[in-house]
Design a protein around this ligand. Structure first.
Ligand code: ATP
Ligand code: MG
Length: 192
């Protein structure tokens, strides 16, 4: 079973998940890592940013097929899946969970990590090792708003719940604690 964690790039998903995992024992996987693995295996592409630029829509779909199969394998036990609800591209917002992926995966919880847009821009600026925030990703307000829309529509499809957590500046530990509480209850629910 899968608890999905989403949020715009640089909001602090991975940080908050690591904080949560100090309180609750649950493995985490990053969908992007599976996606890159699939891109390497199928097309010899290793760079995350090259995937969007070089591949056709059909090839992109093939990566989703392969990556979601890998996720399904590891999701025999409860896992956290760190990923994106919507990917901001030049051509518009692309769902992180197209229907054929959503159908395949056993998801029963969505956690949306949000923060003040200005604080997110600051985090992206400081975290220079990563390429984030240029082009369509710059409109954090719209992206965060549409993430909620996307996640609720995914949740309706899956009968899953949606938990929204604010990752305030300097308070990733607190956000992590809230996420851990939700994950504990989610795990209890799975066992009962
Ligand atoms: P991506 O989608 O690109 O993987 P992410 O949402 O996982 O991004 P992180 O890598 O966790 O984001 O965090 C981005 C940067 O923001 C990091 O430098 C991290 O240390 C910092 N950060 C995370 N949470 C907070 C916070 N509450 N206050 C200040 N800085 C934070
Ligand atoms: Mg991350």
């Amino acid at each position: 079973m899968i608890a999905v964690v989403v949020g715009v790039p640089g909001v602090g998903k991975s940080t908050v998940v690591e904080e949560a995992r100090k309180h609750v024992d649950i493995p985490v996987y990053n969908y992007g890592d599976f996606f890159v693995k699939a891109a390497t295996e199928l097309y010899g592409i290793e760079d995350r940013d090259e995937i969007r630029k070089k591949l056709t829509a059909d090839q992109y779909k093939a990566l989703h097929e392969r990556a979601s199969k890998m996720v399904k394998e590891v999701a025999r036990e409860p896992i956290i899946l760190d990923t994106h609800a919507l990917i901001a591209l030049e051509t518009g917002y692309m769902p992180g969970f197209p229907k054929f992926v959503l159908e395949k995966l056993p998801i029963s919880l969505f956690i949306v990590v949000e923060a003040d847009p200005e604080e997110i821009r600051g985090r992206r600026e400081r975290d220079r090792g990563r390429r984030r925030g240029s082009g369509p990703e710059a409109d954090v307000e719209t992206h965060q708003m549409l993430n909620r829309v996307a996640v609720v529509s995914y949740a309706i499809e899956k009968g899953a719940s949606v938990f929204i957590v604010k990752n305030e500046e300097g308070k990733a530990k607190e956000a992590g604690r809230k996420v851990a509480e939700v994950l504990k209850k989610w795990l209890d629910g799975l066992r009962s």
